[in-house]
Design a protein around this ligand. Structure first.
Ligand code: MRU
Length: 356
């Protein structure tokens, strides 16, 4: 993988198709270093997803779609008209990149279905157009989510968010931060509190960087400061994104989200989940069926490259948790809002039957 600083880093362009390559803003080193990684192969794309160069459920899906374009180009060069058969192994490789965010599998399935519909000799232009459609549709979905979510918020208020569910985590604009952007533009938000989000620090490194670039007032806090913030009585909403929403409305998101939802219910703070319908997985009945990624213990035992825990120490590192639907006040999607989600309401929304 080649790196470049020639492209200008902007939260809305963390995933870029440029000069027949996929460029990913390397989120491991933000905000200190604004560098892009160039991916020329599906293998490089899959590895970048595993290594968290690109992260956040919808952004992973968009990057994966471009990865399929890279695979098709290589297979067409090697096998000509026979490119279709070997690409299946590439799709399966891509699906190994990370286990929890369903947008990865959603994007692979969409590209697989599109491949089946192709009769072109050279598949690359058509597949690139499909990947770009996935990318553009995600941005449009986030803008709609932003408007619908902002309509639920009463001014003036403050927001707490966890991890990064912003432009960096999506095709652009953001889900939770899309709601923040829209509500801020309407003058409804005075300040956003960003949990730092141990161990990867997506809140302090990415959310703070992204909101500051957009001129939205943001204050970073340690994850364990959330209870005292809510006890203070001035927080209006907790707003988060999601990596996978089960058929019954249970929400899987960054580790620590469940604790926030429990606290929010205790202190009477509203809890909103902002996510596109590509994050809803009707094939899993409840959150208990969602595979939770476990990453290396080293990520917990070290910080900023410096080992903090004793050498022989062990550590747990589940990187997502599941918030039961009963603790969620609203799931906001581009197709409408589900208040007090349950299985029937999720089914209704996905059937296109939502009247919001
Ligand atoms: O491990 P990450 O950084 O990929 O986790 C990201 C999150 O948990 C986000 O909140 C989620 O993907 C929603 S992004 C719009």
């Amino acid at each position: 993988m080649e790196t470049t600083q020639a492209l200008v880093a902007h939260p809305d362009h963390a995933v870029l198709w440029h000069h027949e390559r996929l460029y990913l803003l390397d989120q491991r080193w933000l905000p200190e270093t604004e560098t892009f990684i160039a991916c020329e192969t599906l293998e490089a794309t899959a590895q970048a997803i595993t290594d968290m160069v690109v992260r956040g459920a919808p952004a992973i899906g968009v990057a994966a779609a471009y990865g399929v374009v890279l695979a098709a180009r290589a297979r067409f060069q090697q096998a000509g008209r026979q490119w279709r058969e070997p690409i299946e192994a590439d799709l399966q490789r891509l699906a190994q990149a990370r286990p929890t965010a369903v947008n990865l599998f959603w994007a692979i399935e969409r590209m697989r279905a599109f491949i089946a519909s192709l009769d072109h000799i050279d598949p690359v232009p058509a597949l690139l157009a499909e990947a770009q459609r996935i990318h553009c549709e995600d941005v449009a979905a986030n803008q709609r989510i932003g408007a619908l979510g902002a309509a639920l918020i009463e001014a003036p208020t403050t927001i707490l968010t966890h991890c990064n569910a912003g432009a960096l985590a999506t095709g652009g604009y953001g889900t939770a931060l899309g709601v923040v952007r829209s509500a801020y533009a309407e003058g409804k938000i005075t300040r956003v509190y960003a949990d730092e989000t141990r161990p990867w620090m997506q809140g302090s490194r990415l959310t703070a960087w992204e909101l500051m670039r957009s001129g939205i007032p943001v204050t970073v806090q340690a994850d364990n400061a959330a209870a005292s913030l809510m006890a203070g009585g001035e927080l209006g909403w907790v707003i988060v994104g999601s990596d996978r929403i089960a058929a019954n409305g249970d929400v899987c998101n960054k580790i620590g989200t469940l604790g926030l939802a429990i606290l929010a219910r205790h202190y009477g703070v509203k809890f909103m989940v902002a996510a596109p319908t590509s994050t809803i997985d009707l094939s899993v009945a409840s959150g208990a069926d969602i595979p939770i990624e476990e990453r290396a213990a080293e990520e917990v035992l070290a910080c900023g490259g410096k080992r903090l825990g004793p050498e022989q120490a062990t550590a747990r590192n589940p990187v997502f948790d599941v918030t039961p639907a009963s603790l969620v006040d609203a799931i906001v999607t581009e197709c409408g809002v589900i208040q007090q989600p349950d299985a029937a309401k999720v089914r209704q929304l996905m059937a296109g039957d939502n009247n919001t």
